[in-house]
Design a protein around this ligand. Sequence first.
Ligand code: 13P
Length: 215
Amino acid sequence: MNRIELSQQIIDTCLEMTRLGLNQGTAGNVSVRFDNGMLITPTGIPYEKLTPEHIVYVAEDGTFEEGKLPSSEWLFHLTCYQHRPDMNAVVHNHAINCAAVSILNKSIPAIHYMIAASGATEIPCVPYATFGSSRLAKYVEEGISKSKAILLQHHGLIAGEANLDKALWLAHEVEVLADLYLKALAINPDVPTLDDASMQVVLEKFKSYGLRVEK
Ligand code: 13P
């Protein structure tokens, strides 16, 4: 796919993220791996105003095109590609339920078998650091090395996958899991979880389940 087509796909993903209720305003950002670096949404421009020309190329050394400003979170996106060769697309948002769980500074444990969609037995919550900072990128590196989806304390969610469709699907799934977790927590702070053996079975099954999602 060429740059213009990929840039349009990024914009479509952003608009769908808002339509799904996962994001609002200029919060969140989306990228795809491209040409040893990545294509990423610009900083601070509402999604509905984006055209493919706004999408910014950031090289592997962090340099970017003159006259364009990439998302303030470009460093953690680049970090995801550098530490997860299986990831070609990354979405970040401030989805309400994910953000609420992150405010409680809780990882989402194996409350439901769909946690395995992350490739792990829990969705980790990484510590708070200022948006756009190298410290935040370091925390992201630690979390994303373990799970394809992570919560950022007092902030939101990151999900990375083989392509944009799958990354958005995972982000949506994690928002549903965060909603379930908050509902269960409200009734019983000691939320029951699946045991590790059960989760290992699902993790194995998910190696082929993901193939159902459009490539
Ligand atoms: P950008 O507009 O710079 O992408 O920032 C939005 C955001 O969500 C920061 O975490």
